[in-house]
Design a binder for this molecule. Structure first.
Ligand code: PMP
Length: 396
């Protein structure tokens, strides 16, 4: 069959191939990006869905507006205000089918074939694939533990004049990195200076383990005159509440939001009204703060458990910065003591030992670092994490 040429640049990810091996019995997986289903607030969501049906069956079961279910838009605006976004009104956001759809809508509205886009190296794989599908020529700005290196980013903006810059400033996937406050300010200044759209993908910002991270770019924009119109912000209920709900949102300036809404209309008409009404009832119920405290504490324990185990079992063969939030460790094989430096090779040996992770190379749009890997601590408890890291030690 003859498929559209836009598919020529995109392949199913190497990671999906690896997932096929995960069915092996007894395997401990650090490979996935899923939150832990044991942490879902099932009771709260049951109540919320029942209320949605009892109180507003028309709204919850009927077709709805493409922009989103009004009570949910109001709740999400309040949620963003609670995180420091000044003057956030419901009509400044649309509800999307996961934040993945918000990213797709940005791709669809902004990218013509051959357009330049700058992302972080490494970044979220599905975003790379999505932007490639629209024909983007993707450039990659390096990161360190403080997030994207702003001097390099500025050079790339000057050199490539991109359509937009895509960043995960808070606990990136896969990097786990946290962009510093000072770099956040500088990025907002760059957005104004070069009149370039900055897309802030923020599904992990609420998952911090100690003190709260710096405000989102969207929240900080009120401190940098003229920057708010250059920020598009993607939020998600997936990592804190439930990814199966498929509730995300996009905040952007009116023109971009209108174009994105038009594209969404042709794609899925609107996000499930039942899911939206459930999410709205959940936010209204006041359970969210306790849910957030619970997931933060549990993931923090797992993250600390993984950091300790990695230091103990892999020692100087591996380099990493312990994340301050999110779901991932990003690590690099140092090659010290004659140990391997090829993460793909190491992944195969690890699977033989009964533990899985993903090599880092596919997360780079350009110039992959073959020694890198991503480990998720989300779905195993601390004992399993210790056992799994022990197996990694043996594989090494
Ligand atoms: N952005 C990033 C960085 C992610 O890691 C994910 C989920 N893995 C998403 C977006 C998409 O999440 P969702 O569509 O479930 O909101």
């Amino acid at each position: 069959m003859q498929f559209a040429t836009r598919l020529d640049n995109v392949e199913t990810s190497a990671i999906r191939e690896l997932f096929k091996l995960l069915g092996k019995p007894g395997i401990i997986s650090f490979a996935g990006g899923f939150p832990d289903s044991a942490m879902f607030d099932v009771e709260g969501l049951r109540e919320a869905s029942q209320k949605a049906l009892a109180e507003e069956p028309g709204g919850a079961l009927q077709y709805g507006a493409t922009e989103g279910y009004e009570p949910l838009r109001a709740q999400l605006a309040a949620f963003e205000r609670s995180k420091g976004v000044a003057d956030m009104e419901p009509n400044q956001l649309i509800v999307t089918t996961g934040s993945q759809q918000a990213l797709d809508l940005i791709g669809k509205t902004m990218i013509s074939p051959g357009d330049k886009v700058i992302v972080e190296g490494p970044t979220f794989l599905a975003t790379i694939q999505c932007f490639r599908l629209y024909g983007a020529d993707i450039q990659s700005a390096p990161i360190d533990a403080q997030g994207v290196q702003v001097d390099r980013l500025e050079q790339l903006i000057v050199e490539h004049r991109p359509k937009f810059v895509y960043l995960i400033p808070t606990f990136g996937n896969p990097s786990g990195a946290l962009l510093s406050l000072e770099r956040r300010r500088r990025i907002l200044e760059l957005a104004v200076k070069y009149q370039v759209l900055v897309v802030e993908d923020d599904p992990y910002g609420d998952l911090y383990f100690g003190e709260a991270p710096p405000p989102s770019l969207l929240a900080l924009a009120s401190e940098v005159p003229g920057s708010r119109e250059w920020i598009a912000h993607c939020g998600s209920m997936s990592k804190v509440l439930s990814p199966g709900l498929r509730v995300g949102w996009l905040v952007a300036q009116p023109e971009l939001l209108a174009k994105a809404t038009m594209c969404k209309q042709f794609s899925d008409a609107h996000t499930s009204t039942f899911a939206q009404a459930t999410a709205a009832q959940y936010l209204k119920s006041g359970r969210m703060p306790a849910t957030l405290r619970n997931v933060r504490q549990k993931y923090a324990e797992r993250s600390h458990g993984m950091a300790e185990a990695l230091k103990r079992e892999l020692g100087e063969a591996i380099e990493f910065t312990e994340p301050k939030g999110g779901l991932f460790f990003w690590a690099r094989l140092s090659g010290r003591g004659g140990k391997p430096t090829h993460a793909g090779e190491f992944a195969r040996r690890a699977i033989e030992q009964g533990v899985a992770f993903v090599p880092g190379a596919p997360f780079f749009a350009k110039d992959p670092d073959l020694a890198t890997l991503r480990l998720s601590f989300a779905t195993a408890d601390v004992d399993k994490i210790r056992e799994g890291v022990g197996r990694l030690g043996r594989a090494l």
